[in-house]
Design a binder for this molecule. Sequence first.
Ligand code: MN
Length: 289
Amino acid sequence: MSQNPLGVHALVFAGGTTPDEMSLIIDQTAAAGYDILELSLHDSPNLDVADARGKLEAAGLGIVCSRGLAFTADVSSDDAEVVARGARLLHDSLQITHDLGGTHFTGALYSALGKYGHALSSAGRANVVATLKDLAVDAQEKGMTLGLEICNRYETNVINTAADALRLADDIGHDNVVIHLDTYHMNIEEDDFSRPVRLVGDRLGYVHIGENHRGFLGSGHLDFASFFHALADIDYTGPVTFESFSSAVVSPTLSNDLAIWRNLWNDGPELARHALSFMTNQIATARAV
Ligand code: MN
């Protein structure tokens, strides 16, 4: 059996987080056999936190929350008001994660999810570092961990590679800030699928598994064997979460931010079962050789 807790992103099942959508997401996550649900907080105004926590506990599922920021609430901005809105969004999201029973809050916590028309400014980077230092202290007091998800150049200008993320984490300077690798983004930015894993080493705290087109695992061209071998070589035992998007399941905000224009699958539960089997086999094979 896998030594890593295995998770699935909620957008495999539903685009929002109303109580009805949360019931469906939690039922289908558990039915597919996962340990963890990853919930994007893009729809948190519609989320009933206490209700969702009760359903998660009844289903025996762990919870990880993720999000990106917005151009109007962006801690990498040069504008103090925009930074302050981003910081409020982060602290509120951390509290929601805690209230759901989660210990991990991850994603593009450092910028909007979208294409920037300019490089990150030094003032903007300083705002990221200062904000995430404060958020790390807030998280530490709650016994929580923050993940820095490394995203590709079309979704952020703050950290595109593992080396970028390690420098940022060093500057934040708190042990509860970990690195989050995603194979979809690595395919665009990194040299290969093993060097970044070895570079990050024991600072790796969260993993997203996604295909090059974000569809069915194994239907694209990513070298998952190399990636899972590298995870085995550094003895990574943390969460591994499947992430996939299709125009069959739409969030009015997140799907547009991620440029989900194509229909790559229709049946989320089938996709989720297939992905669990794929990841379990890859992990077992990598650990056997
Ligand atoms: Mn991801």
